[in-house]
Design a protein around this ligand. Structure first.
Ligand code: GCB
Length: 597
């Protein structure tokens, strides 16, 4: 799906701002509110997660539908245009009503959807837009919520009669099977954009390198058959290639990750009176033995697992924060991150293309499990998961920064290993069919019985989250390193590239100790230094992603004091001591050829 663009053929109107808003009162469970329902409404910022924008505790703990409303009128001068209403992300389920008519329903909180509103929105006449949003999570949603009555962090004393009774008595609650706050609402921009009546529907590009030349192949879908013409300009604005599908750029500049030059060409696609421009980065990606090659050279991932998370905005789109995060990524001499645990706002991918930051692009399939039954049999998420992978690749396939797809994070793959194998193997094969650029495909596995897990080893790159020294062997870094090495001996025999996609220690900024114990800044730095020394001895380890880039909000519970504190940065992006440690370490580690023998 193409990102909305303003150019000589297309216009954009932003529908962000202060909308009317009301949490469901229990009488509109189907997700529809009549306009009179808004008589007692609050004001709500769009885009934003609604949870932290009101001091009524119901906003944070809400479970179910919430309603947004606004009116708008667009200029009469747009009468001859095609009009498209686009939502970049509504978390997790949306019903959209235009002047009382249901015009769209969308499941999944982190990918865009749009409605052709030509004829429904009449230029010069006021339109009323109501959006019903559900934040419900269960075994049919991704991320997944528990249905057996226990939240991620809390055993709830399962066999105590009074606790059982209280759980049955309380009003419905979301029980996330994942460790980030379930922020909800219209979290990304809402826009109305125009195209000519005959228009460019979609564009997919693939890039190859042949000798010194770059070959860029375009697959352009149009609303009606017709001739497409394409030009490519270099950074100076000089046309370097022209054609209709396969364009050759002589002596091409390749796109290189930071600190190399992330060179971008500008492609302009023309069809009738429609025009769409996009950045094109020419680079190759492949796995070879235990190497991950970008432009034929072995790349070393230095970076993080991240979240879209900040004070007040929650998970709401925040361009200021994204620019700051890119700056901090550069400051720490990092070169990559994983979009843990859901696709991020498209603006971030655009920044990464321009800044040379490499992305592992992850779906919101987190928390698959958490039940004593076989989740692959009792769950109702399978079709949805496929649809998400399909839509994710359609959205992000043209970004040179995206070098690998992650189908999900930490599913249960050991309780029912055969079901897990069948499920993930077929999903892997499906994902492979969708990407013409043939990027590597993976999923990220948790600390489990790696001998029993049959599927992680089948991924193109083995991505493992490990907390030796934190959740197990807590504080004992000698034992932690011993255990880690036993496991790494196992992975060495698998002969695949391995990335440590998570490892970390909760740390309270400003808590200092002379003897490094857990939660102190000294422990966090020592923990990383000890683990990294082991990683450095293994040539098949091709990346290190500490967990997490910054502290972030989670559900309340006995394991979390003011959220997850494993950030190298605080939630407001101030460095802890470990951030300085990594800045120095990564300054000394090249992005390419670090472990070449
Ligand atoms: C994990 C999860 C991540 C958590 C992290 C933790 O394995 O992938 O979502 O936040 O552990 O800190 O417990």
């Amino acid at each position: 799906m193409l990102y909305p663009e303003m150019n000589e053929a297309r216009n954009i109107m932003d529908l962000g701002g202060a909308w009317l808003f009301r949490l469901d009162d229990g009488k509109h469970s189907e997700g529809y509110a009549d306009p009179a329902f808004f008589d007692e409404a609050n004001l709500m910022a769009v885009p934003a997660a609604y949870n932290d924008l009101n001091e009524d505790p119901a906003f944070r703990s809400h479970c179910g539908w919430a309603y947004y409303k606004r009116s708008f009128t667009i200029p009469r001068t747009l009468a001859s245009e095609r009009l498209v209403l686009r939502f970049d992300a509504v978390t997790h389920y949306a019903k959209v009503y235009l002047d009382g008519e249901l015009v769209a329903e969308h499941k999944g909180g982190f990918l865009p959807f749009e409605v052709d509103a030509t004829g429904k929105i009449v230029p010069g006449r006021e339109s009323e837009l109501i959006v019903a949003v559900s934040n419900r999570i269960d075994h049919s949603t991704l991320p997944m919520g528990n249905e057996e009555g226990t939240a991620f962090f809390g055993s709830d004393n399962a066999d105590v009669p009074s606790v059982i009774a209280a759980k049955a008595w309380r009003k419905p609650v979301n029980l996330p099977n994942f460790d980030f706050f379930n922020y909800a609402g219209i979290i990304r921009p809402v826009r109305l954009y125009t195209t000519p009546k005959e228009y460019i529907q979609d564009i997919s590009i693939t890039t190859e390198v042949s000798g010194n030349d770059g070959i860029v192949s375009f697959d352009v879908e149009t609303s009606v058959p017709g001739r497409v013409s394409i030009t490519i300009e270099d950074r100076e604005g000089k046309t370097v290639a022209a054609g209709s599908d396969k364009l050759v750029i002589k002596d091409a500049h390749l796109w290189w990750p930071y600190p190399g030059d992330p060179y971008l060409y500008k492609a302009t696609v023309m069809f009738g009176s429609d025009v769409y421009t996009l950045n094109v980065g020419i680079r190759t990606v492949e796995v070879n033995g235990t190497g991950f090659l970008i432009n034929g050279k072995p790349f070393y991932f230095k970076g993080f697992g991240k979240h879209e998370d900040s004070a007040i905005h929650g998970r709401g789109f925040d361009f200021v924060l994204d620019v700051k995060d890119i700056s901090m990524i550069h400051w720490m001499n990092a070169n990559s991150f994983r979009t843990s645990h859901y696709p991020y706002a498209e603006e971030m991918y655009d920044l990464c293309d321009r800044e040379g930051i490499v992305i592992i692009d992850e779906t919101p399939a987190v928390g698959i499990g958490g039940t004593s039954e076989d989740i692959y049999k009792v769950g109702r998420f399978q079709e949805h998961h496929r649809a998400i992978i399909h839509d994710l690749i359609k959205r992000d396939r043209n970004h040179p920064s995206v070098v690998m797809w992650s189908m999900g994070n930490e599913p249960d793959v050991v309780t029912f290993p055969d079901s897990a194998y069948d499920y993930w193997h077929s999903l892997y094969e499906y994902t492979k069919t969708l990407d013409k650029q043939c990027r590597p495909v993976t999923f990220v596995c948790n600390q489990n019985n790696y001998e029993r897990d049959r599927i992680t080893r089948e991924m193109d790159v083995v991505c493992i989250n490990r907390y030796y020294g934190w959740y197990n062997l807590s504080g004992d870094m000698d034992a932690a390193c011993y255990a880690l090495n036993l496991e790494l001996d196992f992975w060495e025999k698998i002969c695949k590239p391995v990335i440590l996609t998570e490892y970390g220690a909760d740390t309270l900024p400003g808590f200092h100790l002379s003897v490094p114990e857990m939660f102190s800044e000294e422990f966090q730095t020592m923990y990383y230094d000890r683990i990294n020394s082991e990683l450095d001895k293994r040539s098949f380890i091709i990346g290190e992603h500490p967990w997490n880039f910054a502290d972030f909000s989670t559900i309340q519970g006995p394991m979390r004091a003011d959220g997850n504190r494993k950030g190298l940065l605080t939630r407001d992006r101030r460095p802890k001591a470990a951030a300085h440690y990594f800045r120095k370490r990564w300054g000394d580690i090249p992005s390419f050829g670090y472990k070449e023998t």
